[in-house]
Structures are given as structure tokens and as C-alpha cells.
Design a protein around this ligand. Structure first.
Ligand code: PEP
Ligand code: MN
Length: 295
């Protein structure tokens, strides 16, 4: 049978039949909810900061202390890491169960909620003891059994957009979470694959147009991750400000005390000083562009 609506982009019919739960019910419909006391969809824009990987206990404690002091709302960091290639140097080794335990220690000690990635359902019970938000990585955006299992725990979820996926596909993934009765679903743009990225080191291009585009059709909060999107710390500052101006409901940033020696993706993290400076700048842009705040 012919597919009546084969679109790669969103039709009016999709809003009714493909993702009725993700779709806005009216023009002003916008989800507002709290996670660990932090409001999403409100006037203050939540900030997620931390290293790419939970490399060691001392690293994650140091980052938690510093990003909290500077004003981050959530500590980020992966203990389970989806790396594009299977060969890992010793430095690249995932810290797995230990890393989750260290995140738990940092969270308690510095009173900062945690977001971390889930790669396999079997680790969910252990991760749920520590995580305030479960991160579905871009590479798992269409791993529907994983999304369903995570959603069933009723923990808040952040679904990163796969770099080859349309907004339509992304909302399909969100619908898999919402259909389980989980209402705390956040979307995160992290760069898409395109023919040109302007530098041989960059693999992705930040798609800021997707922020207003998504906000036209969905009530879910849209976070932007300029670190993964640019893969180049020199561009993180301006692209973070542009993300805030685009109307993002949250910003995720890679922050590391010694960016050049980050175990994973050393070209993209910013250091504490840069983060502090950027927080102030983002606050000004949030105020000027949307009468929202960051600090
Ligand atoms: C991450 O945020 O740590 C990560 C692996 O991101 P992505 O899934 O977007 O590549
Ligand atoms: Mn990464």
C-alpha cells in the first residue's frame, strides 16, 4: 500500500496521528516541569555542564564543585560512552559502574543534580540510583526498546537528536517515551551531518533553526549542546550565545579543568574561566532576546 504521508518533514496529519503526545495542543502550549527543583520551560534557562567522560573520581569532584559555584544547574558526564570506533586507548576507557558511583558522590557532596547516558537497559537500576535525568545519546535516538525501558522508570529523559535525523524522526523518538506516561521528556540538538563543516576537524553543523522549528510543533523543552555540535572550543562561546538567542530552553556544555587533556574529544571542552565568562554573556543574551535569565 502507498504511504499517504511519506514526508521527511512534518505534515499537519503527523501532528494528529504520528506524535499526538509530543505535539502542541494550541499555540501557547509549552511544557513546564521541575527536575530536582530546577524548572524547565520557565523564565530561567537551565545549564548542564561537565566533562565529556567521568574520567576519575578526582576529576568529577573538581568539576562538580566548580561548575556548581559558577551557576550550573546540572552536572553532566558519561560513565558509559558510545565511541564511534571500538578501539580505546587506556585513557579512553569507560569508567562504567565506578564512574556512576563517583557521579553519586559528587552529586551529594556539592548538591548538584546529575545527567548521564544510558547505553544498555541492564544498567538502568544502578544508573537510576544516581541520575536525575537519563540521557539517550544521539547514536541511540532510534533504539526504541532502550527509550521505552528508560521511559518506564519514570525518570526524566533527555533525547539527543541523531545527526542524521529529521525533526520528524526526533519527535517520533520522544513519542516513544511519552506513550509510557513519562511526561518529563527533553530534546537536545547536538549538530547534524552536512556536506561541509568549515574545518577538517569538525564533523557536525549546529542546527539552530531546529529550535524555533521544534517550538512551532512541540511543547517539549529544547536544549542545545554547542560543544558536540561544533567540536571546536573556539566556536563554543559564540554558538552558545546564538543558541540562547534562538530560543533554546537549556544549554549543555562540556567543561573540563584541563581541556587539552580531556580523555575524550579534547578539542571541544572549555575551562572554568571560559565557562564563568560565558554564563554571564548567555545571561545578557537571554535577557535581551527572550526576557529570560541564566544566573
Ligand atoms: C555526550 O553528550 O556525552 C554524547 C556522547 O553526546 P552525543 O550522543 O550527542 O554524541
Ligand atoms: Mn561525545
Amino acid at each position: 500500500m502507498d504511504n499517504k504521508f511519506p514526508g521527511k518533514d512534518i505534515s499537519l496529519e503527523d501532528l494528529k496521528s504520528k506524535f499526538p503526545l509530543s505535539a502542541k495542543k494550541n499555540k501557547n502550549h509549552k511544557s513546564k516541569f521541575k527536575i530536582a527543583g530546577v524548572e524547565f520551560g520557565g523564565s530561567k534557562i537551565p545549564i548542564f555542564a561537565g566533562p565529556n567522560m567521568v574520567e576519575s573520581k578526582s576529576l568529577i569532584l573538581d568539576v562538580a564543585k566548580n561548575v556548581k559555584k559558577i551557576g550550573a544547574d546540572f552536572l553532566r558526564g558519561g560513565a558509559f560512552k558510545p565511541l564511534t570506533f571500538p578501539y580505546r586507548s587506556k585513557k579512553y576507557n569507560e569508567t562504567r559502574e565506578e564512574g556512576i558511583e563517583w557521579l553519586g558522590i559528587a552529586k551529594k557532596k556539592y548538591n548538584i543534580p546529575v545527567i548521564t547516558e544510558v547505553m544498555e537497559e541492564k544498567f538502568l537500576p544502578m544508573i537510576c540510583e544516581v541520575a536525575d535525568i537519563l540521557q539517550i545519546g544521539s547514536r541511540n535516538m532510534q533504539n526504541y526498546p532502550l527509550i521505552t525501558a528508560c521511559a518506564k522508570t519514570q525518570k526524566p529523559l533527555m533525547i539527543k537528536r541523531h545527526y542524521g535525523s529529521s525533526l520528524r524522526d526526533w519527535l517520533g523518538s520522544a513519542e516513544y517515551a511519552l506513550v509510557e506516561g513519562n511526561k518529563k521528556v527533553i530534546l537536545c540538538e547536538r549538530g547534524v551531518s552536512v556536506p561541509h563543516t568549515h574545518r577538517s576537524t569538525s564533523r557536525f553543523l549546529i542546527d539552530l533553526q531546529v529550535v524555533p522549528a521544534a517550538q512551532e510543533v512541540t511543547h517539549l523543552p529544547i536544549v542545545v549542546d554547542p560543544s558536540h555540535a561544533t567540536f571546536w572550543r573556539q566556536w563554543v562561546n559564540s554558538m552558545s550565545l546564538a543558541s540562547v538567542a534562538s530560543g533554546a530552553d537549556g544549554i549543555m556544555l562540556e567543561v573540563h579543568p584541563d581541556p587539552e587533556n580531556s580523555a575524550v574529544d579534547p578539542l571541544q571542552p572549555i575551562d572554568y574561566n571560559e565557562f564563568k565568562y560565558l554564563m554571564k554573556k548567555m545571561h545578557s543574551v537571554a535577557k535581551a532576546s527572550h526576557n529570560r535569565k541564566i544566573l
